[in-house]
Write a protein that binds this ligand. Structure first.
Ligand SMILES: *[C@@H]1O[C@H](CO)[C@@H](O)[C@H](O)[C@H]1NC(C)=O
Ligand SMILES: *[C@@H]1O[C@H](CO)[C@@H](O)[C@H](O)[C@H]1NC(C)=O
Ligand SMILES: *[C@@H]1O[C@H](CO)[C@@H](O)[C@H](O)[C@H]1NC(C)=O
Ligand SMILES: *[C@@H]1O[C@H](CO)[C@@H](O)[C@H](O)[C@H]1NC(C)=O
Ligand SMILES: *[C@@H]1O[C@H](CO)[C@@H](O)[C@H](O)[C@H]1NC(C)=O
Ligand SMILES: *[C@@H]1O[C@H](CO)[C@@H](O)[C@H](O)[C@H]1NC(C)=O
Ligand SMILES: *[C@@H]1O[C@H](CO)[C@@H](O)[C@H](O)[C@H]1NC(C)=O
Ligand SMILES: *[C@@H]1O[C@H](CO)[C@@H](O)[C@H](O)[C@H]1NC(C)=O
Ligand SMILES: *[C@@H]1O[C@H](CO)[C@@H](O)[C@H](O)[C@H]1NC(C)=O
Ligand SMILES: *[C@@H]1O[C@H](CO)[C@@H](O)[C@H](O)[C@H]1NC(C)=O
Ligand SMILES: *[C@@H]1O[C@H](CO)[C@@H](O)[C@H](O)[C@H]1NC(C)=O
Ligand SMILES: *[C@@H]1O[C@H](CO)[C@@H](O)[C@H](O)[C@H]1NC(C)=O
Length: 468
């Protein structure tokens, strides 16, 4: 292996531009503009997709960060860069050329000992970091498929390391943990072995024009998991994956200010899901201008651990939801708002001030609003909502899905809205249409669990059959 000795200062491109401004007489201004970058090939990376480039890339990142100039771009020219875990450092932007791929290694030895550091790219406790360039980071997820199963792939488990057990014991793709000022834009995150983009206890995060493609048949191929982080903006993203696409969770502290806009999602689980890890508050979230396509569940709250959720708006969203195999969570609900204790003695969080405005949905199941005795749903608002109910797959329906925990799956006829344990429900300009041809299995437009729903207002609500 060649370890090049290159003084990073030589790689610094310094552009000094002298400009004369005629704003005032004899007014001169010197504008110094410095752009700084290094290329991984200058550090000896082969980019042949066969030899590991880990050391070379890491040297480039470290050298770039050491210059102290922010941002410093680490460039990946066209090629395939096979690598073990890379540590992104403060001030550094990974700049992956549109014809370049960072390829995560498929072997246990490619990842650190501690399972919580199993990522292809990991930034931990860093500031001013990012990823861009139009290229790709690829986790080679197919290498982790132990047995292909058209219902759900059986995946490799690295549980022999003792680091984790069960079937969620594989590396994630990209992680930002305890970071500040994170910017990920114009990049493709492809085939993670497990979760794709993981944002943990971080602050000031922007994810823009990012395309995520997991495997539609592989479990736990989450899109973006955001945990205990504040001030996150996700926009212009395209997510097509097997498991939850955008999934805020709270494990160690609250989460404030998440905005998701202008995005497209398809998943075999929930498109947007708060929870199920929900130990602390979720507050001040906006989801706007989003398309949810043929997913197993649309907009979801799965509050199970005692945290509360409040001030959440969903607006201008088109949804189609359908049934898939029941081994995947979701029962084709376009909207799913639930609180219930994960275990018999778990605390019950509540959900309040949630609005759904300008929503259209075409789905194989109805809306499920299910609070619990000590986890009441308060102040839910549905305004300008068009719901079309019809069946187009052959999977069996007729189940309420309380998973995980709680009552699990419960046989129950389909309703337009199922409502339980709610205080404050405002429904305005809501149209419900039921396909005449497939209405045989339908039951109630509105189903209230007796004595648990109070403070209800329906204004301009219609439910009717339609043909076609
Ligand atoms: C990227 O790859 C495509 C397809 O191989 C090629 O047509 C194009 O010229 C490449 N672009 C650059 C800038 O290398
Ligand atoms: C590890 O996973 C395999 C299959 O996924 C399973 O058979 C085995 O019991 C697991 N071992 C442990 C210690 O969890
Ligand atoms: C947030 O991060 C961006 C870089 O992504 C930076 O330009 C901006 O100044 C940061 N905002 C704050 C308030 O620190
Ligand atoms: C998010 O904001 C809350 C409230 O100010 C604070 O308690 C928490 O520590 C913040 N989290 C992060 C990761 O900055
Ligand atoms: C998912 O993985 C299976 C098994 O590796 C593969 O056959 C299939 O093409 C993949 N599908 C997608 C959409 O990536
Ligand atoms: C959330 O956003 C609001 C409005 O921009 C801001 O005042 C507040 O400080 C933010 N909260 C946190 C925890 O950063
Ligand atoms: C909505 O999002 C799409 C991308 O999915 C974008 O093209 C369109 O401009 C957005 N509309 C508005 C009003 O921002
Ligand atoms: C939803 O569908 C309506 C009607 O087709 C369209 O006008 C609107 O732009 C769509 N919104 C999104 C977010 O795709
Ligand atoms: C949720 O809200 C309830 C009622 O306001 C409060 O008693 C409880 O402590 C909150 N839970 C958490 C985890 O903050
Ligand atoms: C719902 O349908 C009505 C009647 O077709 C239409 O006027 C309205 O714009 C639709 N609203 C939404 C949010 O799609
Ligand atoms: C809902 O749609 C109407 C009609 O398109 C629009 O005027 C209004 O601003 C939208 N409301 C929200 C909250 O986006
Ligand atoms: C639902 O009912 C069917 C037929 O009666 C039964 O086979 C199935 O076990 C029931 N499922 C649950 C979750 O109770």
């Amino acid at each position: 292996m060649r370890i090049p000795v290159i003084n990073p200062i030589f790689l610094l491109t310094l552009t000094t531009i002298l400009r004369c401004y005629s704003a005032g007489p004899s007014l001169f201004s010197i504008v110094q503009q410095r752009t700084h970058s290094v290329s991984v090939t200058d550090f000896g990376a082969a980019g042949d997709g066969i030899h590991y480039d880990t050391t070379q890339i890491q040297s480039a990142i470290d050298a770039c960060s050491a210059t102290g100039i922010r941002p410093c771009h680490v460039k990946f020219p066209p090629g395939k860069y096979l690598t073990a875990t890379l540590y992104l450092k403060s001030g550094v932007i990974l700049d992956i050329h549109k014809n370049a791929t960072i390829l995560g290694g498929p072997n246990i030895g490619d990842y650190p000992e501690k399972q919580e550091k199993w990522y292809v790219v990991l930034a931990e406790g860093e500031t001013d970091v990012g990823i861009t360039g139009g290229g790709e980071i690829n986790g080679q997820g197919w290498e982790f498929v132990k047995r292909f199963d058209e219902r759900k792939n059986v995946m490799v488990s690295w549980n022999e390391t003792g680091a984790c057990s069960g079937d969620e014991c594989r590396p994630r793709l990209v992680g930002f943990v305890d970071c500040r000022n994170v910017r990920i834009w114009d990049v493709n995150l492809i085939e993670p072995a497990y979760w794709c983009l993981h944002l943990v206890r971080s602050e000031n995060i922007s994810v823009e024009d990012v395309s995520i493609r997991g495997n539609f048949t592989s479990p736990n191929n989450d899109g973006i998991d955001i945990e205990d982080s504040n001030n996150t903006v996700i926009t212009g993203c395209h997510i097509d994956t097997g498991d939850d696409a955008i999934c805020p969770k709270t494990y160690t502290g609250p989460m404030y200010n998440l905005t998701v806009t202008n995005s497209w999602i398809r998943t075999k689980s929930s498109a947007i899901k708060l929870g199920s890890a929900s130990w602390y508050l979720f507050k001040n979230f906006l989801f706007d201008n989003i398309t949810v396509y043929e997913s197993h569940r649309g907009l979801a709250f799965q509050i199970r651990d005692g945290g509360n959720a409040s001030d959440i708006t969903f607006s201008n969203i088109n949804i189609t939801t359908r049934y898939y195999d029941p081994s995947w969570w979701g029962r084709a609900e376009p909207i799913y708002v639930t609180t219930c204790p994960r275990h018999r003695n778990s605390k019950q969080g509540s959900i309040s001030n949630v609005q759904f405005i300008n929503i259209t949905a075409s789905s194989e199941n109805g809306i499920f609003l299910s609070g619990s005795e000590h986890g009441i749903l308060r102040n839910l608002k549905f305004v300008n909502v068009n719901l079309t109910y019809r069946r187009w797959t052959n999977y069996a329906g007729g189940l309420l899905d309380y998973r995980p925990g709680c009552q699990g799956l419960v046989n129950h006829s389909t309703a337009g809205f199922v409502m339980e344990h709610i205080d404050g429900l405002n429904v305005e300009n809501v149209n419900m249409r039921w396909s005449e041809e497939t209405s045989g299995g339908w039951d109630n437009p509105l189903e209230f669990r007796p004595s648990t729903v109070n403070n209800i207002s329906f204004l301009n609500f219609h439910s009717d059959l339609y043909s076609g």
